[in-house]
Design a protein around this ligand. Sequence first.
Ligand code: GLU
Length: 429
Amino acid sequence: MAVVEVVNEAPKQGMLKNVMQEFDAACDFIHLNPNIKRILSVPNNELIIHFPVRMDNGEIEIFKGYRVQHNNALGPYKGGLRYHPTIDIDSVKALAMWMTWKTSLAGLPYGGAKGGIQMDPKKYSNSELERITRRFAFALGDNIGPEHDIPAPDVNTNAQTMAWIADTYMSTKAPAERSKNMHVVTGKPVGSGGLEGRDRATGYGVFLTIRCWAENKKLDLKGRTFIVQGFGNVGYWASHFLQQVGAKLVAVQDAFGTIANVNGLEVESLLDYTTSHDGSIVGFPGSEVVANDDFFGLNCDIFIPAALGNQITEARARQIKAFLIAEGANGPTTFESEKILNERGIDIIPDILCNSGGVIGSYFEWLQNRNGELWDLDEVMTKIEKKITEVFKKVYETSQIKNIDLRLAAYVIAIERIEKAYIQRGIFP
Ligand code: GLU
C-alpha cells in the first residue's frame, strides 16, 4: 500500500470522541442494555510497547508500538496495523472500536482490534523497516495469534509487512507448529499464504457499495464524476473499478498535493506516474494543480475519502458538492460534520460498511490458510461481491424501515449482533 496521508491534515484529535458519539447515538436508538454498553465502551486490552531497533548507522532507536483489542465476543480480535506519526493510544482505541462494529456488521466470526507504530515510515530504509517490523512482531509475542488476534495491513503497511510478521511469529514456534500459524496475519503476499485479490478487496468493496447505492437510487454510474482523497491501495483500486464502469475521476489529493482535470484523470496512467515519482501524483501530465483547501469544494458527484480520519470537518462539510460520500477511510467524517451533510441531503456510505471489503477478504484468506486451500481470483471476487451486496442490502433496508441514515442503520445491525451474543452467554463468573 502506498502512502495515503494528506498534506492538509485536519485536527488529529477526536477520532475517539467521534466513534463514541456514533456509538452513543446508536445505543440510545436501540436502547442498548446499559451493562452491555458499559462493556463495549472500553477496550478489553490496551498494549503499549517500547522496543529497540538497530538503525543502518549502528545507533539504536526506541519505537512506540500499540495494539488495542477492543472486543472478542464474536471471535478472535481482528484489525490492521498502521505506521504513522499521528498514531497514539486514543486513535488506536477508536480504530479498534470501529473494527468491532465492522466485523460484526459483516457477519464475520471476529472481534475488533487495531495497532501500529508511531513513526513516519518514509524516514527509514527498507532494511530498517524490516527490523522495526520484526522486532515489533517479536515484542507482541503471543498477544497476537491465528486464533486470538490477527493483524492485517492498514495505512503505510502492506503485504511485505505482513510477510515479515508471519515469518517472525512462525519462527518463534516449534518446527512442527510453524505452518499451522500462517494465518496469524492476513494480507500476506500471494505465494506466502496470501489471498488472490486481497490487494484490491477494500477498493473493490468501496466500488461495490457505491454501485449498490446507485442501483437503489436508479442512477447510472456511467459518466458520473468522482474525486478521491488518498491515492494509496484503497483510493487507487476504488478508482480503478469506478473507471471500468465509465465513471470519471476528476481530482485527487494525496500527501504531496491536489491535482484536477475536468475531462478526467486516467487512473492506470496516474498509478504508473506515481510509481515513477516517489508515490506523488503532483505533476501528472494534463492535470492542473489545485490548492489543497479547494479540494473539498470541487464539482463532482461522488467523493471518496480514502486517507486518514477526521478529514471532513464542519467547514469542509459545507463546501462539498458531491451528492454521495463513500468512506474508504476509517472515521473520515466527524459527528458534527455529518449533521451538516445530512441537512444538505448528502448521503454517506459509512466506513464500517464501505471499506469492509478488506476485512472480508482477510476472512477468506484466513479460511484458506486454515483449510489448506488455494482460491483463484474469480472465486474471491465473486465471494466478496456476494458478501458486500448482502450486507449493503441489510443496511439499506434497515435504514428504510427505521427511517434512519445508513451509518445509524449499520451500527444498529452491528451492535444488536454483539448484544445477542452477550445475552445468550451472560457474563463470567
Ligand atoms: N485495515 C483494514 C481495515 O481497516 C483491514 C483489516 C483486516 O483485514 O483485518 O478494515
